[in-house]
Design a protein around this ligand. Structure first.
Ligand code: FES
Length: 150
């Protein structure tokens, strides 16, 4: 689970997909500024076994509670979450529920599993079972311009 490799097929299309989703939302008059919904990360690159993302291209991370997601080659996803305003205020969580592996979804400030209802805090701690272990958290190194995980 700790292996970090961006999914090859999707990583080439993440930017275009995000742009298309934004264009459709704008065409439909839907606000894309949903604080409670994570969005696909853009401006990401693989550096060895680490993943780095450009903060200027991921506006969702400007606000505490914002999150972006990255699909990994192993089929799981990682969320980078803004947990506080400081330069160190980021966490990176594997979104596979620790109960039976279903991908959790962001609902407000929590991550909720659609399978059996487990809920996790924005930093991945269990707030409701049946899961009894926190979401896996990757090491994070952040600067004013980038967040690197792994
Ligand atoms: S797989 Fe998530 S609560 Fe069961």
């Amino acid at each position: 689970m700790s292996e970090l490799n961006i999914e090859g097929a999707k990583s080439a299309h993440i930017g275009r997909r995000a742009v298309l989703c934004g264009a459709v939302a704008i065409a439909l008059g839907i606000s894309t500024d949903l604080a409670s919904a994570s969005v696909p990360a853009v401006g990401i690159k693989q550096i060895g076994k680490k993943i780095q993302l450009d903060l200027a291209k991921n506006k969702a991370l400007a606000k505490v509670g914002g999150a972006v997601t990255i699909d990994l080659s192993n089929g799981s996803s990682v969320a980078i979450v803004r947990t506080s305003a400081g330069v160190k205020g980021f966490t990176a969580l594997n979104l596979s529920c620790t109960h039976q592996g279903v991908t959790v979804e962001q609902q407000g400030s929590t991550w909720v599993c659609p399978a059996h209802g487990s809920a996790f805090s924005s930093t991945g701690k269990v707030v409701r079972g049946p899961a009894n272990q926190a979401l896996f958290a990757y090491p994070v190194a952040a600067t004013a311009k980038t967040v690197t995980i792994g």
